[in-house]
Design a protein around this ligand. Structure first.
Ligand code: PLP
Length: 411
């Protein structure tokens, strides 16, 4: 009996992304910088435009029709996020500016309430700067200490070292799900289980995970989870913080201003209920509505189909690019996805990026906001190819050939 196997039609999907049909230096764009930001499907672009043409008004405060319609559309986007990662309460979905904003919110607010002198916070060596610096700032302010889970030569965290780092003093753990510079997938479920056996809350930085596979926050049982809309095919300047109500209720507001209050007098202010307590000021309304449309778009394709297509594409890229002469992959974790970081013998990554750009190939070069990862590998930078479901094997073949040309120029 034939089973109904759905196959992702990449050529059809590419038609949804106008920018993929532009030329760079006269060549068709090959966009391999998806870990930095993803391109936007036409439906998201049109949704933002439609909002400004037909709905533009401020939310939550107006009794007039436009304001009410805009509020409904905005709150519908929150519901879409809830269903997308299977949260159970809208009060646990806080709309932010992005991952960085979400992590700063937790470090600042949770930190103010729960962290004191002598406490310890654990992160991993794989973190993006936005999951390092907010905790450093908090530790400096409170006299707490930051502990770092080491990584091995493949770029995987050393779990036994993590177990040893946990102590009575550990009050918070914040780790990345998927590394943006190496592609390593962290065993976050095991990290959360171990942390919870000691009553320690865990934040998951899902900036490089949410766009690649289905996440179920209830199943994962994370206490906080952060992501950015712009890496999920949505506009820039919007993001999400998921947080368990039991913590959010106890945490003080992060910022003061409109919308986050219940009543204000000069003597005393009382705060709005969740999630609004953490949403001060006018947000990026069009961007949030656009994020809802991006989620609809991904649901229509199906996250499972996206995952399986990207897995196959990554395996192809890994094999093809690793066979390029004098190329060394950086980060060879067993569980890895979407990101291929590498060095070419004797050639600076910036030169690789510049030469590839002449062929219309957009890759990222540098430290990828993970300087400690670069220090661990003893290099200043890598060249990074990061994939999306709109990329093709032909683009990988073209890039492998273009890399050989880099040697002709610099070799
Ligand atoms: N965490 C990870 C793993 C990332 O890859 C990034 C961005 O590249 C961030 C956090 C910060 O995201 P944003 O700049 O959208 O706030």
């Amino acid at each position: 009996m034939l089973t109904d196997v759905k196959i992702l039609d990449v050529q059809k999907i590419r038609k949804d992304f106008p920018i993929l049909h532009t030329l760079v230096h006269g060549k068709p764009l090959v966009y391999f910088d998806n870990a930095a930001t993803t391109q936007k499907p036409l439906c998201v672009i049109q949704k933002e435009e439609e909002y400004y043409k037909t709905l533009n008004s401020n939310i939550h405060r107006g009794v007039h029709s436009l304001s009410q319609k805009a509020t409904t559309a905005y709150e519908q986007a929150r519901e879409k996020v809830l269903r997308f990662f299977n949260a159970s309460r809208l009060s646990e979905i806080i709309i932010t500016k992005g991952t960085t904003d979400s992590i700063n919110l937790v470090a600042s607010s949770f930190g103010k309430k729960f962290i004191k002198e002598g406490d310890e916070i654990i992160i991993s060596h794989l973190e993006h700067h936005s999951n390092i610096v907010p905790w450093q700032l908090l530790c400096e302010e409170k006299g707490a200490a930051l502990k770092v889970i080491p990584i091995n030569d493949k770029g995987e965290i050393i779990f036994e070292a993590f177990e040893k780092l946990i102590s009575e003093k550990t009050k918070f753990i914040s780790v990345v799900y998927v590394s943006n510079s190496l592609g390593t997938v962290n065993p976050v479920k095991e990290i959360i289980q171990l942390a919870h056996s000691r009553n320690i809350p865990v934040l998951i930085d899902a900036a490089q995970a949410i766009q690649h596979f289905k996440i179920d926050v209830q199943e994962l049982d994370c206490d906080f989870l952060a992501f950015s809309g712009h890496k999920l095919y949505a506009p820039t300047g919007v993001g999400i913080l998921y947080g368990k109500e039991k913590y959010l209720e106890e945490m003080p507001p992060y910022q003061g201003g409109g919308d986050m209050i219940s009543s204000v007098t000069f003597e005393k202010t009382t705060y709005n209920s969740l999630p609004y307590k953490f949403e001060a000021g006018t947000p990026n309304i069009a961007g949030v509505i656009g994020m809802g449309t991006a989620i609809d778009y991904l649901n229509e394709i199906g996250m499972d189909l996206i995952s399986s297509y990207e897995k196959d594409l990554f395996e192809y890229a890994n094999a093809k690019l690793s066979s390029v002469e004098k190329l060394t992959p950086i980060g060879t974790a067993e569980n890895k996805l979407s990101v291929f970081s590498f060095a070419l013998e004797g050639i600076h990554p910036h030169d690789i990026g510049t030469i590839l750009d002449f062929d219309g190939i957009a890759i990222r070069t540098g430290h990828h906001c993970t300087q400690p990862v670069m220090q661990r590998f003893g290099i200043p930078a890598t060249a990074r190819i990061s994939l999306s479901f709109y990329n093709t094997k032909e683009e990988i073949d073209f890039t492998a050939d273009a890399l050989k040309k880099v040697f002709e120029v610099f070799g």
